[in-house]
Design a binder for this molecule. Sequence first.
Ligand SMILES: [Zn+2]
Length: 317
Amino acid sequence: MRLFDLHCDTAGECWKQNKDLFENDLHLSLKRSGAYAPWRQVFAIFIPDTCRGEAAWDYFRQAYAYFSDQLEKHSDVVSLCCTAGDMARAEREGKCAAILAVEGGAVLGGALSRIRELYDLGVRLMTLTWNGENELGCGCGKRFAGGLTQFGREAVREMERVGMAVDVSHLSRRGFYHVAQIAERPFLASHSNCDAVYRHPRSLTDRQISCVVSHGGLIGVNLYKSFLGKPGDAGFAAAYRHIAHLLERGAETAMALGSDFDGCEMDPAFAGIEKLQTFQAYLLERGLPVEQADALFYKNAEKFFQNLLQPQTDMLK
Ligand SMILES: [Zn+2]
């Protein structure tokens, strides 16, 4: 089975819990993902809302150092991918293609130059906010949330200039539309669901879904039980409803998977990365055509990242 997962928090959890990326009791381990080939995985380093300024940058550097050591230690099965060529090589060698992300623009500590620094460290996408407020703008967890600040707008432009994807998951709805106004490249909601299926301020309204689609972006279906459905109804059937809704809203080329493994609590049906194979079988059984299942689990994300990770010969880097 081909798998391209747009979001997991495993890198940070390994660091915090001093665990091994290959073999662990987390949602995701390199060992338990044997069914997936090719397997591309976005590993996000999450910056807590309690961390600001230089402390946010230091936090990132510590998690990054640990994760880099893990990638080095397991370089026989995983490889950090910064270009489309890197992804092709990882695939040829049968390795997991790891793509690095930061979850929380607070990492910049208010300095635009950090975007280029992150890019040079291999970061290829960044969530502008988490649920709270930072130098870039307001997250979705704030009442009467504002949108992007002037710095946030400049950060979006700089990210696009260097070749880093803008991730609007966690962003306030106002902030979302500010991104849509200024973005010149496709942007993504790496791990966000449909508000019309199950209401939640973290989820996307139908208008937001249409907006991502019209920008050629991606929406990664999140498997967190509190976003999928009511308590006790957050298994395969609930996830299917979000996928069916995305299809109804014309998001066939935008839908993807953003598991959120190791970033939240899952229904037992989604208790680990090995369960995605069973989930795919369930979707096929429910009548999802094979091509659409592949678009969801792999193809749409692959196309987005092939485009993002091509050398930008037309731009000054
Ligand atoms: Zn998140």
